[in-house]
Structure formats: C-alpha cells, structure tokens
Design a protein around this ligand. Structure first.
Ligand code: SF4
Length: 544
C-alpha cells in the first residue's frame, strides 16, 4: 500500500486506473474536470488507459458504453448538468446488461459555484434503477470507484459515483493499492440484450426490475452504509449522506451526546437499515448535500409519530451547499464565533474576462454593430464569454444550457425580432450547437451567429477542443450555411471598427449568416508558449 495526496477527483481517477479500466471519456466541466486531466497525465507517463475529451457528455458516455460492450472496463466523467446531455444514453444503458464494468463519475455543484443549477444526480441513478456510491472522503472516493466496477459487472448495470464540489476540489492523503489487470475483450453472451427493439427492451426492463431486490440487499449489506443505535436515547436519529457525515462529526463534541446515526454511502437507500433507525427514534434529521433525496423517500413511509426533518421542513436551508455551521444550527447548537483577521473584509472581486481576452474585443465590435438598433436581441451560451453579461460589457442577454443560444436565436427571429445575434464559443458549438445550426440553416433563419473561436475550452482550464480551427468553417458550410455568409474576423483591439462593419453586413443579410471571431485564448497561448519553451530547453539539454 502506498500513499498519495489526491483531490477527490484524482482519487476517482486513480481508483478507476487501479480497477483496470481500458478507457476513460469526458467533457470538461467544473467540478469534474480534474478526473480526466489526471488520467491524461497518467496516460502520458504510463501509456494507458485511453483518456480522451469528447464533443459532449453524451458522446463520452457512448464511447464508454462501447468499451464496456467489448467486455472491458470504462469510466465516464462529467458534471451534473452534463448528465442531462448524456441522460438518453445513461438511462437506456441500464437495460443492456453491461459485462465490462461501466462507471459514471458525476460531480454535483450544490451552491452553484460554477453551474446554472444545483440538481442532484442521485435522482438520475434512482430513475435509471442503478446503484450509486457517494464518498465522504477522498479515500472513499478511491475505494468506492474501485468497487463500483465490481458492482457494475455483478449486476450488469452502470454504477454512478456521485461527488460534490467540496470533495472533488479538496486534497488529502489516500492509501492506494495494486492495479488490477484490464479485462480481455469479450462479446456479450446475450446479443438481444444490446438491441433495444421494443420486444427485447421489455424483456430487458423486466430483468432490470427483477435485479432490484438483489441490488437493495447489496445496499443493506454494504459497509458504506452504517447504522449505530444509541440504546439510551430515542428522541433523535440522524441520517447523513456523503460529506454531511464530516460536518456532523465536527459538531458532535459540542452536542455532548451521540444520536442514533445512519450513514448512507451506497444507494438505493438501504431499506432495512432505514427501518431499523426509524423504529428506534421519534424524530429523524436528514443531512445531505444537494436536494432532499433521502428525506423525500422517508416522508410518508413511516407513521406520523416519526417526525422527519431536513431541507423540506426548514431545519436545513432548501438551497445551497451544506456546511458545518448549517449542520450546527440544525442540531440547535449556537454558532461558533467568527474570527475576522486584520485587513479583512477584502474588497469584492466579481469575475471578469482575463486582461486582453479576445472575447472582449469581439463584444466591443458587436456592440458597435448593434448601436442604434432599438430591438436587437443577443442570445448567448456557456463559457468564459458568459461574463459578457456583466458590467462593464453587458453585451449578452441569455445563458440557459449548452448550445441554447442558436436555437433560441432562431426561435426569436421566427417570432419577429430583428436583429438577433447568437454568441457561442467554439467548444460549446461543437458540444451542442451543431444540430441547432443545422435547424437554423434548414429554416434559413434571419439571424446572425457569432462564434468566438479561441481554439480551446477556456472556462475549464484550456482543454483541447475536438473541432480544430482549420475545420470549423468547413463544418458550418457543410451544415447548410452559404459559403459567402460565413466569414472569419480577427478580434484584435485595433480591428474593432472593421469587425463591427463585417457584423453589420452579416446582420443586414436577410437570412442566416455566420461570423467567426478567431483568436487564441490568452491563457491557452501562454501555456502553449511555456510548453514550447520547456520542450526547446529539454531538446537543447539532450543535444548538449
Ligand atoms: S481563459 Fe481565455 S477565453 Fe477565458 S477569459 Fe481568459 S483569455 Fe478569455
């Protein structure tokens, strides 16, 4: 056994490597990005496993499913809203009897540090009727990921490992074990299981339902679920899930006694253990990071004599991340005094585009092009450029989900608004904009698409995009945009006026037009230059 200092995300990645994965696929998204970044580093050093960014979470999930179809183990990683994109593949893959382990690591973002909502992925695992493991520490993240592959192969279903931001992005020592060998290639024994024609799908779904009893028994017996009853007190029982257990432990000394406690790390929520707790106490306080997933299951399940407390009843706030202080208040403890070091509070620093970011210069050109237009509408998307909604730019008016800018612009144009401009980054365009542009091209929607092409996924740390700059214009034309209506500009500060004229001409065109503002992200450029300098220095070292 050796020790490593790992982020929660990295513990998942290494757990997957040591479980013998052949491949890992992902789309970057905070707080899950570091999972694949760690695996790419591992690949560079050891030559395996395959670790690849994909166009979006659905294509990533499908690639992992294909690895598993070949009998080998695969990890797929994404953030919670990414699972909305992959949901079609994920829900259906629960029916196909996976024979190579398939693990979905999904990182939720309660408190919305870097997301547009705080949905809880445990609902998805429940919806798909598949097991879910929820670590409370980095060590558990490592162990649970290893085990998740065993569970996947045992029950023939994908298994979810659910993380939250605080665990994904905090670092501690993890004891790691030896690496298991990869599975050999093996075809599915039951070929019909993978052909979800209605006649087969009905059989497969019945099979999935039949396995639920065994999955529930696995959860009841899992060492990740622990029930400790206090034989002397029956007034309060506590249920924790994931990292909520850490917050409870932090406050127990001040509480002065130990309530009966059920900790849930493996789902479905263990039915016998739940009944065992509830039969012993009069009130149950549920502490879970995210939405009231367990709390909701408890309500209505037990007699009214048992009071269930949590986010739904107000003991815990309905939204936002859990914290030791929130748990403290739920336990009716007084808050500890806050210490403010000298010099604080610091001034507020709202997020901004980097100094010299090409997006800012593209926005300046767009604003100049739209100056004097009273009824213009600018839809936008998810990326660094979403910051264009804030002061001082205030250049965009929407950000809903990946790729929505184009479909929304088409709809607004067809509703009679003019001019309408959709603003999207190159990576988001490859993720979810392609199909919307095909729709807009078919309809020849009277709108302009402005693609901010910085040749990277800037917002999540400058990962590679799947659609390189050299192919972008070709793809746009292939989707049905007239070649003369697809122009490229350089969003340089000295070219704002000229670019505004190009945008004005595009907006004046009756029908669909596309302007690509192409300039490399500052951060990616610096990183590339640093890597080139290091490579050159290493080359000189070898030569000398
Ligand atoms: S990371 Fe790149 S794209 Fe994002 S704000 Fe900075 S320079 Fe602009």
């Amino acid at each position: 056994m050796t020790r490593k200092i790992l982020l929660g995300d990295e513990a998942v990645a290494l757990g997957a490597v040591h479980a013998g994965i052949t491949a890992a696929y992902a789309y970057p998204g905070t707080p899950s990005t570091e999972i694949l970044e760690y695996l790419q580093l591992h690949h560079e050093r050891h030559g395996a496993p395959i670790a690849s960014w994909c166009s979006n979470e659905k294509t990533a999930y499908e690639a992992a499913l294909g690895t598993c179809f070949a009998g080998r183990r695969a990890l797929v990683a994404m953030k919670h809203v990414g699972l909305n994109v992959a949901a079609d593949a994920f829900i259906n893959s629960a029916l196909v009897e996976t024979h190579g382990g398939l693990v979905l690591a999904v990182a939720d973002d309660p408190g919305m540090h870097s997301s547009q909502n705080e949905q809880d992925s445990r609902w998805y695992a429940d919806f798909a009727r598949v097991p879910c493991l929820e670590p409370s520490t980095q060590q558990e993240a490592y162990e649970m990921t290893r085990e998740a592959f065993e569970v996947s192969e045992r029950f023939g279903v994908p298994v979810m490992v659910r993380l939250v931001t605080r665990l994904s992005h905090s670092r501690t020592t993890v004891e790691v074990r030896e690496q298991r060998a990869q599975n050999p290639i093996a075809r599915a024994k039951n070929r019909n299981a993978w052909v979800l024609l209605p006649a087969n799908a009905r059989v497969q779904y019945r099979g999935l339902l039949a396995r639920q009893k065994n999955i529930a028994a696995w959860s009841d017996a899992s060492p990740w679920n622990t029930l400790t009853l206090n034989p002397h007190r029956t007034d309060l029982g506590i249920i924790t899930t994931g990292i909520a257990r850490n917050y409870l432990r932090e406050n127990l000394d001040d509480l002065g006694w130990a309530p009966s406690h059920l900790h849930i790390g493996a789902y479905p929520a263990p039915p016998h253990l739940l009944r065992g707790l509830v039969a012993h106490v009069q009130r149950v306080l549920v502490l879970e990071d995210g939405q009231p997933f367990v709390e909701r299951q408890l309500r209505g399940l037990f007699p009214p004599s048992v009071q269930v407390m949590g986010r739904m009843s107000g003991e815990v706030p309905e939204t936002g991340e859990l914290s030791p202080d929130i748990v403290r208040l739920a336990l009716k403890l007084r808050l500890r005094p806050t210490v403010i070091p000298d010099g604080l509070p610091l001034p507020n620093r709202p997020p901004q585009l980097c100094q010299g970011c090409p997006h800012a210069h593209a926005f300046h050109a767009l604003q100049e092009a739209l100056a004097g237009e009273k009824d213009s509408m600018v839809t936008s998307d998810i990326g660094c450029y979403t910051l264009g909604a804030l002061d001082p730019l205030k250049a965009i008016e929407s950000c809903v989900c990946m790729g929505a800018s184009i479909g929304m612009a088409r709809g607004a144009a067809e509703a009679g608004v003019h001019p309408v401009v959709a603003v999207i980054g190159d990576s988001t365009f490859a993720h979810s904009g392609l199909t919307a542009l095909a729709d807009a091209a078919t309809a020849d929607a009277n709108m302009t698409l402005l693609i901010l092409d910085n040749d990277t996924v800037g917002m999540t740390g400058a990962q590679d995009t799947v659609l390189p700059q050299s192919r972008l214009a070709d793809v746009i034309v292939a989707l049905g945009v007239a070649p003369e209506q697809c122009v490229v500009v350089d969003p340089h500060p000295r070219k704002v006026k000229a670019n505004a004229e190009v945008l004005k001409a595009a907006i004046a065109h009756k029908g669909l037009s596309v302007v690509i503002a192409r300039r490399e992200c500052k951060v990616a450029a610096k990183r590339r230059q640093r890597a080139a300098a290091l490579a050159a220095a290493a080359g000189e070292g070898v030569a000398s």
